[in-house]
Design a protein around this ligand. Structure first.
Ligand code: PLP
Length: 412
């Protein structure tokens, strides 16, 4: 199909040209004396993105799933009890991994569309007078339902129960897009992948561990080899890895971090907040609802749109892809057929999103959803114009310059 594919799944996200170019590198010796020049800066800079003032960041050649496994196996032992709310496909898959690793999981079943239930977490921890629960496992941004949990409130719940459990957070679809404050919220293990807010291809599994998590590592008996923190610690300090790292991805990560810092993390968060709110305005104008059941759970990186009961959302996704070259996220597992997802994270601006909203709108109309073409696009346009972050200044025509020349004397 002519023209660009519009990639609006909630990861992988668009890779900026700058990052693409930075990854076009010849292979080199990853044991050379020059290599640490590249790698060493990545660890402290990643910690800044996590909002972590202390502890350690780890970079594994894997994906978010590998980072899940690294966080669990490095800090827990078979038979350990953990507490995990389940409110979407990714919290479900993480729980499945915990069980397969031999952990005893106390599951808090929640409606898909809600986030982590802080008061139930506090109750469960209060009831655990023997302090058998070792970890509280939260998917910060549930990508399947477009729900962001309140990690600060989860931390308060743990503190209110005076419970020593570690706080684990899946930041796969929040890191580098939605505010994440590891030190402030005292998150002990945070996991991420490269293909979302970091704007890279999939291929890096990233973990940030607090000092308390590093302490737990010395006692943890879960089997681990490839994902062992200890092997990483022995080599990372000098800027090396225990096995062959993916050089293009490391160069790409350097560029990604440069871009995030150049924009400023707070500005990155504000941009995602504003873009997410505009998407929700569009959905409301279509007369549709979203899966997140309360404004407190609204995600600024992904919106899961509920389609009318007579429509299969997989059909919307397929029409968007085949007819308009637009990739939307499908509904997963329990919400398959019921929702489609618009990813709005990473290297993104208003006009890119308007293209996606226009395509989603046409696809919805094509499958028979009754809506007015242009309604969602218009609502988002109005919202983004109203909340424009560029200061508006009335400019006299004679002041307008084109390539440095006053256009005052140019007609047309
Ligand atoms: N956790 C969340 C919240 C995700 O969205 C994903 C993937 O989309 C994962 C974990 C798994 O990550 P990966 O597919 O990189 O293994």
């Amino acid at each position: 199909m002519a023209g660009r594919n519009f990639l609006f799944v909630p990861g992988p996200t668009n890779i900026p040209d700058r990052i693409m170019r930075s990854m076009m590198v010849a292979m080199e010796d990853h044991r050379s004396s020059r290599f640490p020049d590249v790698s060493r800066s990545l660890f402290p800079d990643l910690m800044k993105v996590f909002g972590a003032g202390e502890g350690q960041a780890f970079i594994f050649p894997s994906t978010g799933t590998g980072a899940w496994e690294a966080a669990l196996t490095n800090t827990l032992s078979p038979g350990d009890r953990v507490l995990a709310p389940r409110f979407g496909q990714f919290s479900h898959l993480w729980i499945d991994m915990m069980q397969r690793l031999g952990l005893e999981v106390e599951i808090l079943e929640c409606e898909w569309g809600d986030g982590a239930p802080e008061s139930r977490i506090a109750e469960a921890l209060q009831a655990d007078s023997q302090h058998r629960i070792r970890g509280v496992m939260i998917v910060h941004n549930e990508t399947a339902t477009g729900v962001t949990s309140d990690l600060a409130a989860v931390r308060r719940a743990i503190d209110s129960a005076k419970h020593p459990a570690l706080l684990y957070a899946d930041a796969v679809s929040s890191l580098g897009s939605i505010e994440f404050r590891m030190s402030e919220w005292r998150v002990d293990l945070a996991v991420a992948g490269s293909q979302k807010g970091l704007m890279l291809p999939a291929g890096l599994g990233i973990v940030c561990a607090s000092p308390k998590a590093l302490e737990a590592h010395s006692r943890a008996k879960c089997r681990r080899v490839f994902f062992d923190f200890g092997d990483m610690q022995r080599t990372n300090g000098d800027g090396y890895f225990p096995y062959t790292p993916s050089l293009p991805l490391l160069y790409g990560l350097r560029e990604s971090l440069n871009m995030l810092f150049a924009e400023g993390l707070e500005n990155v968060f504000a941009r995602h907040r504003r873009l997410g709110a505009g998407v929700r305005e569009a959905v409301a104008a279509w007369g549709l609802e979203i899966c997140a059941r309360h404004p407190r759970w609204y995600s600024d990186t992904v919106t899961a749109v509920l389609v009318p009961p007579n429509v299969n959302s997989a059909h919307v996704v397929d029409v968007a892809f085949r007819r308009y070259n637009l990739a939307l996220g499908a509904g997963l597992s329990k919400v398959a057929g019921k929702v489609f997802r618009i990813g709005h994270l990473g290297d993104l601006n208003e006009l890119m999103l308007l293209g996606a909203l226009a395509g989603a709108e046409m696809s919805l109309a094509d499958v028979g959803v009754k809506l007015e073409l242009g309604s969602g696009v218009g609502a988002a346009q109005h919202y983004w114009r109203r909340t424009d972050t560029v200061p508006k200044k009335k400019v006299a025509r004679s002041e307008v310059t084109y390539a440095g020349h006053s256009t005052g004397s140019i007609s047309g």
